[in-house]
Design a protein around this ligand. Structure first.
Ligand SMILES: C[S@@+](CC[C@H](N)C(=O)[O-])C[C@H]1O[C@@H](n2cnc3c(N)ncnc32)[C@H](O)[C@@H]1O
Length: 456
């Protein structure tokens, strides 16, 4: 039998916002039925228009505010919310930091782990223009190749320059590269027809080194008038030391393809973190907020508590950024990472920084950890920094078998962090320091945390 929902599509009604979801949407409940409302803040009283109703929840938009939150800040560019570039821009920065802390506290409570404390979020002094990387789609708009972003959860293209959270230099480079591509009439990608040449422009910017990389992601191998285009980009953007073509011929939402061709300059740019130099190539993971990353890594080193005698594992090591921060104070560091190019970078980075007490291996962390365990490796400290899905069960079991005194967990998803901490607690580890959230992504709901687990 169909149960009648308390709201219908296109209905207009008054509501009070009671919460924010982890994605930063306001929540109102109509007879216990949750409605998610973009751009609304807790405590606000609003008139809403119901856009979509599902069995368990629905979506609505605000058409009128009766009472606004004292935490609301007025914003000019609604596109930054619509595209998901800065979905929390309408919440004061202090409010954003409180929201992020509360997310971690709530998740711990839900898992009955109230005994674990959460520190105040380490925020930024200037929470804007912090991103060192942008990847923007190039599409036809009003007859011209134009860069922009997609409306959240849709394929609607919005022409837009992100002058809010990405480094100003990146905006400047994207504009100049776009002008060159327009001049040579390079065809932008058409998703429907799967035609055109340029799919995306990716730019990386070294905050300290002032070196930039431009990656032209193309559907085809051939770029018409490639030599002229490359020469003009070099001339217009003297800070660009690397121009790479990445070929992605597939009909997919995945941005980067597998094949890179160096069109000019070097295959990687350099940047510095905590005084160490890193080479970063097109496909490697590199934290997007360098100022906050330095603080995050300092906390990791502090939690590891190294004296120079320790063997350390850095799992999910990327290009070895955490590994090399640790290697300065450890006897030996073993890094593992699944992307082969990142491990190539990591090895170069060890040499570049004259650190020879590091071994980097390509592989899945869960497989490598099991291998190290069966070989009898006894690390003193294991550092993990997995992607959003968190740690694999096999990884946790093998890591615990090797009995490290400490596990330092860097996480970009508090839900999987809490899940994995619970597992480590069952296996004889405890969190003795408050979990520290570090705001790597101001104006967005993303939360990064670092937690220390010690053997009971
Ligand atoms: C959040 S990033 C952290 C990278 C590095 N620690 C840093 O701070 O730059 C996660 C890394 O895990 C890698 N990765 C994803 N799945 C993996 C797996 N199963 N085993 C090893 N590495 C993996 C990704 O390629 C990525 O470099």
């Amino acid at each position: 039998m169909k149960t009648k929902l308390p709201v219908t599509k296109n209905e207009r009604l008054d509501a009070t916002i009671i919460d924010l979801t982890y994605q930063g949407m306001g929540v109102a409940k109509i007879e216990d039925y949750p409605l998610f409302i973009s751009g609304a803040l807790p405590g606000e009283e609003v008139k809403i228009h119901v856009m979509k109703v599902g069995k368990k929840f629905g979506y609505a938009k605000v058409i009128k505010w009766y009472k606004k939150s004292p935490e609301r800040v007025e914003v000019t560019g609604q596109e930054y919310t619509q595209t998901g570039i800065a979905p929390l821009q309408h919440l004061s920065y202090a409010g954003q930091l409180a929201f992020k802390k509360k997310q971690v506290v709530n998740l711990l409570q839900k898992s009955h782990m109230e005994h674990i404390e959460v520190a105040d979020v380490l925020g930024m002094d200037k929470p804007y223009n912090y991103r060192n990387k942008a990847q923007v789609p190039a599409r036809e708009y009003e007859g011209e190749l134009t860069t922009g972003f997609f409306r959240r959860n849709s394929h609607t293209f919005i022409p837009l320059e992100d002058s809010l959270i990405q480094a100003e230099k990146i905006n400047e480079i994207i504009q100049k590269v776009t002008a060159v591509l327009r001049k040579y009439h390079v065809a932008p990608y058409d998703e429907q027809a799967h035609t055109g040449v340029i799919r995306n422009i990716m730019v990386r910017w070294g905050f300290y080194s002032k070196e930039a990389m431009v990656v032209l992601v193309t559907r085809t191998k051939r770029i018409p008038q490639k030599a002229e285009i490359v020469a003009e980009i070099k001339e217009a953007c003297p800070e660009v030391v690397s121009i790479v073509q990445n070929i992605n011929a597939a009909q997919t939402n995945v941005i980067m393809g597998e094949r890179n061709i160096i069109l000019a300059g070097k295959e990687a740019i350099k940047d510095t973190l905590n005084g160490l130099t890193f080479e970063i190539s097109a496909n490697s993971f590199y934290q997007v907020n360098p100022l906050q990353t330095e603080k995050l890594y300092q906390k990791v080193v502090e939690y590891a508590g190294l004296t120079g005698k320790e063997t350390v594992i850095d799992a999910y090591c990327g290009i070895g950024t955490i590994s090399l921060n640790l290697a300065q104070a450890a006897k030996k560091v073993y890094g593992v990472e699944v992307v082969p190019e990142a491990i190539e970078d990591a090895k170069k980075n060890a040499k570049l920084n004259k650190l020879d007490n590091v071994v980097f291996e390509v592989g899945k962390a869960e497989t490598k950890m099991a291998e190290w365990q069966s070989q009898g490796m006894k690390p003193d400290v294991i550092v993990v920094d997995p992607p959003r899905k968190g740690l694999d069960e096999q990884f946790i079991n093998s890591a615990v078998e090797t009995a490290p005194n400490k596990i330092v967990y860097v996480s970009c998803n508090p839900a999987t962090l809490v899940r994995d901490i619970q597992r480590f607690e069952e296996l004889g580890y405890q969190v003795t320091q408050p979990i520290l959230p570090v705001d790597q992504f101001p104006q967005t709901p993303h939360v990064e945390c670092v937690a220390l687990l010690t053997k009971k």
